[in-house]
Design a protein around this ligand. Structure first.
Ligand code: IMP
Ligand code: MG
Length: 180
């Protein structure tokens, strides 16, 4: 385990995506979503904990009426590899029947989380259900999964920062770093 955040801030670990690159991409995604959902008032659902920074940055650049809610799931525990079992830790509070829903994820790795969310949320009968993920790992999918808006496609490395954790830490780094 890397001792602390200072090592990352002091550049002992390589940056994969800089804070500036993230912000540019976030604005591009927000512009695209604002155009695609013009006149629709979608519900954005952030997937906790990993998406909290991306969600907040994305939403402040969205220029259409919308609502927000959160769902909390976990599949990793303290490990760096998915356990394969997705658990809901906090349910959504809003009613999404008849609504346009946009799920906001930090990263798609095996695809199990978003595949699980698609099945679960589609049972609640939204008019549309789309997925946005800041990061998508290449070559790691274990199942077919939905992803309609992808920020960056990245190699199969374990990354931290900008919401992404290792053992619950390092989420507050402003850039994305390679840990392994
Ligand atoms: P999946 O279900 O395997 O697609 O994994 C999705 C979840 O695992 C993400 O929402 C993250 O919370 C976590 N995750 C996957 N890869 C990484 C990584 O490289 N760093 C940190 N968390 C990750
Ligand atoms: Mg996540």
């Amino acid at each position: 385990m890397p001792e602390n955040i200072a090592k990352f801030l002091d550049h002992h670990y390589p940056i994969l995506i800089t804070a500036e690159q993230i912000q540019e991409k976030v604005q591009e995604l927000a512009r695209q979503l604002s155009a695609d959902y013009a006149g629709k008032c979608p519900v954005f659902i952030g997937v906790l904990n990993g998406s909290f920074l991306f969600f907040a940055d994305l939403l402040r650049h969205v220029t259409i009426d919308c609502e927000v809610d959160f769902i909390k799931i976990s599949s990793y525990g303290e490990a760096v590899r998915t356990s394969g079992v997705v658990k809901v830790r906090k349910e959504i509070d809003c009613h999404i029947e008849g609504r346009h829903v946009i799920v906001v994820e930090d990263i798609i790795d095996s695809g199990l989380s978003v595949a699980f969310l698609e099945k679960k949320l589609s049972e609640l009968k939204p008019v549309s259900l789309k997925f946005v993920s800041l990061l998508v790992k290449e070559g790691t999918a274990q199942v077919e999964y939905p992803c309609h808006y992808a920020g960056f496609r990245i190699p199969n490395r374990f990354v931290v920062g900008y919401g992404l954790d290792y053992a619950q830490k390092l989420r507050n780094l402003p850039a994305i770093y390679v840990l392994d």
